[in-house]
Design a protein around this ligand. Structure first.
Ligand code: SF4
Ligand code: SF4
Length: 426
């Protein structure tokens, strides 16, 4: 899959995984007793406001931390709340983690709040109930008064390497994708729907009724920012900033199924790669703890092993075996300690590899000097920090093994937090 360049004169090429034939049915993870949900906290908010240990939870129930809170999670399975705890996520983002024990307190049944609304689909009830579905559909662009959405782009190509979730849906569920696209067009009033797929799936994608565009197999061509820049802007004369709402093929299938059945589909399709390199598609309820998936494959974790949620280029390490599958967990990769490449604090040698691979032409070698010195504002002003699309290629090629991509994410997050704090104070 990986082709290295000759003497560093041309870019190293990384290619996406390709599903050529109908893939085997995913391995189902069943009998999960406890599921865990993350609910984002607002500043100053904690999880104890509305929720209590022992409260019953119905399957499909929407759970919020406060009556007026926008953030919510959806319970894949019913039971009783067994634990409520704080969880600090990536870059310090605060969540409340709610553990639901399906073996306690009898069966509380299914929540039917969405069922009644499903008879009259609307953008409002989609945003209020469907944001926790597999693929994590994001309806917020439709509520942005300053940037009108003109096109819906459904991504049937997977964003990171080794992951095959969206290809699986295009290959196996194109009619469900069509249903979801028709539904989205209906509730948004937007008729311009585009399905983006890898070249080998162009023919099957034709049955979706949407305009079909293809991306090539070289990473990171399926990144939403590059899709906008290279396909849409070039073909239709739109600027990359034109209003586009992105959905994954998995999310669109889930939206269609929710309105067709009145039930919220909560099974997530994940590519799981174990330490021996075996790769399988897995279907697991959202909230399934990592341990339940590892047990299915007889995988054990030893000192120094690493587990990554997400693809190899942009995924993040997780550090507890009860870390749950979330609506956007497309891959879980388990690495043996011997295969983990440690990052270093070796100085940049100015080899230029990062500049050669950067798809948005950032002078990464200069940027990293400023980031390592904590000069984030200068990095943003002089070296296009915010143009970075976070593809991770610079980290992958860096011969000094500098975690460039991680420095970039931290810098962006720090500047955005400072800006938000200034606006709040103002
Ligand atoms: S992570 Fe950002 S800086 Fe690094 S190669 Fe990708 S776009 Fe360029
Ligand atoms: S940051 Fe890494 S890849 Fe980029 S010039 Fe320096 S040593 Fe080379």
């Amino acid at each position: 899959m990986i082709k290295r360049s000759f003497f560093g004169l041309v870019k190293p090429k990384l290619h996406y995984e390709v599903i050529d034939e109908a893939p085997a049915e995913p391995v189902s993870i069943t009998g999960v007793k406890q599921t865990k949900l993350f609910i984002a906290q607002s500043p100053g908010q904690a999880g104890e406001e509305m929720l209590k240990v022992g409260d019953p939870v119905k399957a499909g129930q929407k759970i919020t931390l406060a009556p007026d809170a926008k953030a919510y999670a959806t319970a894949a399975a019913g039971g009783q709340i067994a634990e409520i705890s704080d969880f600090i996520g990536l870059l310090g983002k605060k969540y409340t983690m709610v553990t639901i024990d399906g073996s306690a307190g009898g069966d509380p049944g299914e929540d039917d709040a969405f069922k009644a609304l499903s008879q009259s689909p609307s953008l409002e009830n989609a945003a209020a109930y469907l944001a926790g579905l597999p693929g994590k559909p994001d309806f917020t662009p439709f509520f942005d008064k300053e940037k009108k959405v003109k096109a819906i782009v459904v991504c049937g190509a997977d964003r990171d390497l080794l992951t095959t979730t969206n290809q699986y849906f295009v290959r196996n569920n194109i009619i469900a994708i069509k249903t979801g696209i028709d539904l989205l067009c209906r509730i948004t009033g937007i008729s311009n729907a585009i399905l983006v797929v890898p070249q080998h799936l162009e023919q099957v994608a034709g049955s979706s009724g949407a305009i079909v565009k293809t991306v090539d197999s070289e990473y990171p061509s399926a990144h939403p920012e590059l899709i906008m820049q290279h396909l849409l802007a070039a073909d239709e004369g739109k600027s990359a900033a034109a209003g586009i709402a992105f959905f994954s093929a998995e999310a669109v299938c889930a939206i269609g199924a929710a309105y067709s059945t009145g039930k919220l589909p909560m099974e997530k399709i994940i590519t799981v790669i174990t330490k021996d390199g075996n790769q399988r598609l897995v279907s697991a309820p959202i909230g399934t703890p990592l341990q339940s998936i590892l047990s299915e494959f007889g995988e054990t974790l030893n000192e120094g092993d690493r587990v990554i949620f997400g693809g190899p280029m942009t995924g993040v390490s997780v550090f507890r075996t009860d870390h749950p599958v979330t609506p956007d967990t497309d891959a879980i990769i388990v690495q043996d300690a011997g295969d983990v490449m440690e990052r270093t604090d070796t100085a940049c040698t100015n080899c230029g590899e990062c500049i050669r691979v950067c798809p948005v032409n950032i002078q990464v070698n200069m940027l990293i000097r400023l980031l390592e010195a904590g000069e984030y504002e200068t990095a943003a002003d002089q070296y296009d920090l915010f143009s970075c699309i976070e593809c991770g290629l610079c980290t992958y090629v860096c011969e000094s093994r500098i975690p460039v991509f991680q420095h970039i994410k931290l810098a962006k997050h720090t500047l955005e937090s400072m800006k938000a704090a200034e606006e709040t104070n103002a």
